[in-house]
Design a protein around this ligand. Structure first.
Ligand SMILES: Cc1cc2nc3c(=O)[nH]c(=O)nc-3n(C[C@H](O)[C@H](O)[C@H](O)COP(=O)(O)OP(=O)(O)OC[C@H]3O[C@@H](n4cnc5c(N)ncnc54)[C@H](O)[C@@H]3O)c2cc1C
Length: 248
């Protein structure tokens, strides 16, 4: 129906969120429209010299490429939290379209949706708390888990701790792990290697807790706490718990 609407309205650019839902729908719409697709961008397209261009970071954030969108239709998916919401302006007109779906449009039908766990999904979470080698051992990850729990956050990890077998690969954030772009990313005992930043650098607010003031993570952090995670994290968890109790 989105593809039908785009054809009917002559929509040149169709924008999706680079979420799991957007990731499933955007390529299907692109196929139906015979359109090119630019996925996982961190900007919206703009007009330059009469052409529609879009910047996208490539090679794990090491370079920036500019793409020109020349298709009749162009599908893009934008990472959450990378584009500032527009100021509220005049309401846009709402048009009603008559669209129809055929049985053949539903090639795969979900017969049952089973909830596998109550934990927050890492790639969809609004807050992610990740731990790294600074936690010294798997037995200390309870610090990350407790903080994540009071915040309703998902737990992530650096590759160093995944390679060491402290955490499962499904929790790895970075170039060879998951890409996340939450509203808040808290990195605990993570140095901030470029490969880690590739997976979380577009988060809206980055908080770093590290005992080394020179750690590269502080270059990208909006808030930094220079200190020992074993002291800072329990104090933070306690303070958030107390605050939550206070506000009910
Ligand atoms: C091809 C390739 C792909 C890679 N992909 C990924 C990837 O997907 N994700 C990823 O994360 N990495 C990836 N890496 C690895 C990356 O280069 C780093 O080695 C890794 O991110 C380091 O993990 P870390 O920050 O946990 O450990 P470290 O670099 O060892 O950092 C530990 C940090 O903890 C701090 N610390 C120590 N004790 C404390 C304490 N008590 N309190 C507070 N802070 C403390 C230290 O100051 C230090 O900054 C990749 C590397 C390569 C070559």
């Amino acid at each position: 129906m989105i593809a039908q609407a785009a054809k009917e309205l002559g929509t040149k650019i169709i924008v999706f969120s680079a979420s799991s839902v957007g990731g499933v729908i955007a390529p299907r719409v692109a196929v139906k429209l015979n359109a090119g697709i630019l996925s996982d961008t961190n900007a919206l397209p703009k007009i330059e010299n009469g052409q529609i261009v879009l910047n996208k970071s490539v090679f794990s954030g090491k370079a920036n490429a500019t793409f020109t969108l020349t298709g009749e239709f162009n599908v893009i998916s934008v990472r959450p939290n990378t584009v500032k919401p527009a100021e509220i302006g005049a309401p846009v007109p709402v048009e009603t379209l008559n669209l129809s779906a055929q049985d053949t449009d539903f090639r795969a039908i979900a017969e049952a949706i089973l909830k596998t766990s109550d934990k927050v999904s890492l790639t969809e979470a609004d807050i992610v708390v990740s731990g790294g080698r600074g936690l010294k051992g798997p037995e200390n990850f309870y610090l990350v888990e407790e903080l994540a729990e009071v915040l309703g956050a998902a737990v992530g990890a650096s590759r160093a701790v995944v390679d060491a077998g402290w955490r499962p690969h499904s929790q790895q954030v970075g170039q060879t792990g998951k890409t996340v772009s939450p509203t808040m990313y808290i990195a605990i005992g993570i140095s901030g290697a470029i490969q880690h930043l590739a997976g979380m650098g577009t988060s809206k607010v980055i908080v770093a807790i590290n005992k080394d003031p020179e750690a590269p993570i502080f270059k990208v952090a909006d808030y930094g706490i220079v200190g020992d995670a074993f002291e800072v994290v329990p104090a933070l968890t306690k303070a958030i718990k107390a605050y939550k109790q206070k506000i009910g």
